[in-house]
Ligand binder design. Structure first.
Ligand SMILES: Cc1cc2nc3c(=O)[nH]c(=O)nc-3n(C[C@H](O)[C@H](O)[C@H](O)COP(=O)(O)OP(=O)(O)OC[C@H]3O[C@@H](n4cnc5c(N)ncnc54)[C@H](O)[C@@H]3O)c2cc1C
Length: 327
């Protein structure tokens, strides 16, 4: 295709298919559409932050509801000719003749020269009754997303790993009423106890049995020994698993994601541009970097989109030289 003319595409073939239309995917699509590439975003509409009322720490967009941010993004990319299709990719693999073949849940078949995987991650919560129902409202994970909203309130940190002490000390920045609920974490050592005590963090031993709610709000937890702890928010660490179900046929390298020496989930391995181990496939956002926030996911999408465009430019130049030589 000559890029001095608008890109040609067929209903089922695109230069780039973006799998996942969250901040990362839409941002990649924006860069590609503005680079005059034919782009299709396939998205099944389950962004990670869907339960949250607003997106925070996104300069100029403070508190915007997640769906509104994505609707704005969709309008921006379609304004440059990108297409958005609601659907779920259930199979993806390289084709012998080059490029990639995709199958959607509704049976549709698509092909693409390049892929951008921006499928995000799935948060696996500790299995405490009542926790999942409050996720993203008053069961929280990220102080930069929700800390301000619960500042000075009674906050409990559910300890499930050695990172819990770090979490408790971190959230102490937002409130002086922090309780570390020992739950399933190993016993604290003296150094950890000293640090928590010095910062005024209470420690409650034993497992959490269930979350207590009243009138649709979290009001605390009941411990396994029957005692209750009054709280207005709970902090948990989730296991963050890259969403790659249905994409196994691509052969992407999925590796453990680590933080502070702990395995915290999985991620698709990539370089700084998002290039994966599979030529022609890039990854951006939480699928590649679990701790990335919305603004960072958008930046990663842009980087990957630019890298994909550069790769297509290089291929076009190579083909043009071959054509000239053959003429
Ligand atoms: C409760 C909560 C609150 C948060 N609050 C904030 C906040 O205030 N500020 C902030 O910066 N960050 C916040 N985050 C983090 C934020 O959600 C992520 O940084 C961001 O969503 C990552 O964007 P993404 O594009 O990588 O993935 P996502 O936003 O999760 O988008 C991925 C998209 O891909 C789709 N998809 C997945 N698999 C397929 C498939 N096979 N086929 C088609 N589509 C597929 C999904 O349905 C989804 O729409 C919060 C996270 C949580 C859990």
């Amino acid at each position: 295709m000559d890029t001095t003319t608008p890109p040609t595409t067929t209903e089922n073939h695109h230069e780039v298919v973006v799998i996942g239309g969250g901040a990362a995917g839409l941002s990649g699509a924006l860069a590609l559409a503005r680079a005059r590439r034919s782009v299709l975003v396939v998205d099944d509409g389950r962004p990670r932050n869907a339960p949250a009322a607003g997106v925070h720490t996104f300069l100029t967009r403070e508190g915007t509801p997640p769906t509104e941010l994505l609707e704005t993004g969709r309008a921006e990319i379609t304004g440059y000719g990108a297409q958005v299709r609601t659907g779920r990719v259930v199979d993806a693999r390289a084709r012998a003749q080059g490029g990639f073949g995709l199958r959607l849940q509704d049976g549709a078949a698509l092909t693409a020269d390049r892929l951008l995987v921006a499928t995000g991650l799935a948060d696996e919560l500790p299995g405490i009754p009542g926790l999942a129902e409050r996720w993203g409202r008053d069961v929280l994970h990220c102080p930069y997303c929700h800390g301000w909203e619960v500042h000075d309130e009674a906050i409990g940190v559910v300890a499930t790993s050695a990172m819990a002490v770090h979490q408790a000390l971190l959230w102490r920045q937002w409130s002086c009423d922090i309780t570390l609920l020992q739950h399933s974490a190993a016993d604290l050592d003296q150094h950890e106890r000293d640090r928590l005590r010095a910062r005024g963090v209470r420690v409650v031993p034993g497992p959490v049995a269930r979350v207590r709610t009243e009138e649709g709000r979290l009001v605390g937890v009941e411990m396994a020994d029957g005692t209750t702890v009054a709280l207005s928010a709970l902090v948990v660490a989730t296991h963050m698993r890259a969403r790659v179900r249905g994409l196994e046929g691509l052969g992407l390298k999925v590796v453990p994601a680590q933080a502070m020496g702990q395995v915290v989930g999985t991620q698709v391995e990539s370089d700084a541009t998002g290039a994966t181990n599979v030529p022609g496939v890039w990854v951006a956002g939480n699928a590649a970097t679990p701790f990335e926030q919305v603004i960072g996911g958008a930046a990663a999408g842009l980087r990957a989109g630019a890298a994909i465009n550069a790769d297509l430019v290089a291929e076009q130049a190579r083909r043009a030289v071959e054509d000239l030589s053959a003429a």
